[in-house]
Design a protein around this ligand. Structure first.
Ligand SMILES: Cc1ncc(COP(=O)(O)O)c(C=O)c1O
Length: 367
C-alpha cells in the first residue's frame, strides 16, 4: 500500500476525549449562540497571544472587513496593500468600496517592501494593509512609521502568523487593528472563525457593535438603537468551544512548526541552488508554511511530489485575478519572489524523519 503524501497544510483537531464532552455540554446547554464561551475564548486568546483585546468573529475575512470599517476606510479611499496574499486580504478592501493599491514586495520574503509602500501613498490613502506572509513577520515597525507620518491606519493581516513575534512583541500589536484566521487549515482552527484585535480600546466597542448589526448586546432589543448599520459576523458558543479546546494544545503545535522551520533554515542555508526566505532580524516566524526560494522551483516541486511530499506555490498573486486587474502595477519584487517560490510542509504533522527526507529530496534535485 502506498502511503498518503505529506500535505502542505493539515487540519488539527483537539483530542476527541476532551473535545467531544465539551461540545456535548454546549450543544445541549440551551445557549449555542454568542455567549459566555465566546467571551471566554476572547479573554483566553488575548492572554495566550499577548494581545490587548480580542473580538471573536465568524471568519478572518469578517475580521478584516470590520478592521477596515473600524479604522475609518470608506468608499472611494485607497488602501495600500500586497498582492502576495490570499484573496480575502483584498476582496474585503473592495467590499468597503475602497481601492486596493498594490505596493511591491521584497523578493526574498514576499512581504511588503516599506520603500514601495511609502512611494504608493497619496492624499487618497486611508490605510496600509500588511500581511505576514506564510507566517514570516513583515517590517511592521517601518510601516508603522510611514502610517504615523501620513496620519493613516495600519492594519495587520496575521492570518498566517499566529504565534509569530516581532522583536519583543507578539505579532498583531503594532497595527491599529490586526486579524487572525481560525479557518480549517490554520495553526489553530474552529472550522471557520476569526479574531480582531484593536490598539485603541475606544474602537473595540464600535467593532463589537458592527459585528452584530450595529446593535449593543445586553441592551433590551426593544430599547436598543442602531446608529451605524453593522454586519452579522459574530462567533457562536459551539465554535468557541472548539477554539477553547484548541488553545490547550496550540502552543505545542506552533512550537513544532517553528522547530521544523528552523531546521529547514539551517539545512537549506548552505545549499547554493536554494535559498530559505529571509527571516527579518529580531523577528521570529511561526512558519505556517515553509518558504523556499529556488531558480528551478518547478523541478524541485516535481521531485518532491514524485517522492510523496506535497509542495506548491499555494497562492495566486491577487493582481492576476480579473477582479483586481484594474489595480495591477509592475511589481518586479513580487515577480521575482513568485517565480522562485516553493512552499514546503513544515507543520506539526511533519516528523523528524519526514523533514530529513524532505531535505535530501531537495538536495538531490539540485545536484
Ligand atoms: C492572508 C489571509 N488573510 C485573510 C484570510 C481570511 O481568513 P478566513 O478564511 O478565516 O476568512 C486568509 C485565509 O484564507 C488568509 O490566508
Amino acid at each position: 500500500m502506498t502511503e498518503a503524501p505529506i500535505p502542505v497544510v493539515k487540519v488539527r483537531m483537539p483530542p476527541r476525549e476532551s473535545l467531544l464532552p465539551a461540545l456535548e455540554r454546549v450543544l445541549y446547554s440551551g445557549m449555542i449562540g454568542e455567549g459566555e464561551e465566546v467571551y471566554a475564548l476572547e479573554r483566553e486568546f488575548a492572554a495566550q497571544f499577548g494581545l490587548p483585546n480580542a473580538l471573536a468573529v465568524s471568519s478572518g475575512t469578517g475580521a478584516l472587513h470590520l478592521a477596515f470599517v473600524t479604522c475609518g476606510v470608506r468608499p472611494g479611499d485607497d488602501v495600500v496593500t500586497t498582492a502576495m496574499t490570499a484573496e480575502p486580504t483584498n476582496t474585503t478592501i473592495l467590499q468597503v468600496g475602497a481601492r486596493p493599491v498594490f505596493a511591491d514586495v521584497e523578493p526574498d520574503t514576499g512581504n511588503l517592501d516599506p520603500d514601495a509602500v511609502a512611494r504608493a501613498i497619496t492624499p487618497a490613502t486611508r490605510a496600509i494593509c500588511v500581511v505576514h506572509y506564510a507566517g514570516y513577520p513583515a517590517d511592521v515597525r517601518a510601516l508603522r512609521e510611514i502610517a504615523d507620518y501620513h496620519g493613516i491606519a495600519l492594519i495587520e493581516d496575521c492570518a498566517h502568523a499566529l504565534g509569530a513575534r516581532d522583536a519583543e512583541t507578539a505579532i498583531g500589536t503594532v497595527g491599529d487593528a490586526a486579524i487572525f484566521s481560525l479557518q480549517a487549515i490554520k495553526h489553530m482552527t474552529t472550522g471557520d472563525g476569526g479574531i480582531l484585535t484593536v490598539r485603541d480600546p475606544d474602537l473595540l466597542d464600535a467593532a463589537r457593535r458592527l459585528r452584530w448589526f450595529g446593535l449593543s448586546k445586553g441592551v433590551p432589543r426593544t430599547e436598543v438603537d442602531i446608529q451605524v448599520a453593522g454586519f452579522k459576523y459574530n462567533m457562536n458558543n459551539v465554535t468557541a468551544v472548539i477554539g477553547r479546546q484548541q488553545l490547550l494544545t496550540v502552543d505545542d503545535a506552533i512550537a513544532r512548526h517553528i522547530a521544523t522551520g528552523r531546521y529547514f533554515d539551517q539545512a537549506f542555508g548552505p545549499l547554493d541552488a536554494v535559498q530559505p526566505a529571509r527571516v527579518r532580524k529580531g523577528s521570529s516566524p511561526s512558519y505556517w508554511l515553509y518558504t523556499l526560494l529556488c531558480d528551478d522551483s518547478e523541478r524541485i516541486e516535481q521531485a518532491l511530489i514524485a517522492a510523496g511530499v506535497t509542495a506548491s506555490k499555494l497562492h495566486r498573486p491577487n493582481h492576476l485575478h480579473t477582479v483586481f486587474a484594474p489595480y495591477a502595477t509592475p511589481m518586479p519584487g513580487l515577480s521575482a519572489f513568485y517565480a522562485r517560490l516553493l512552499h514546503l510542509p513544515c507543520g506539526w504533522w511533519v516528523s523528524d524523519q519526514d523533514r530529513e527526507r524532505i531535505v535530501s529530496i531537495v538536495a538531490d534535485a539540485v545536484t
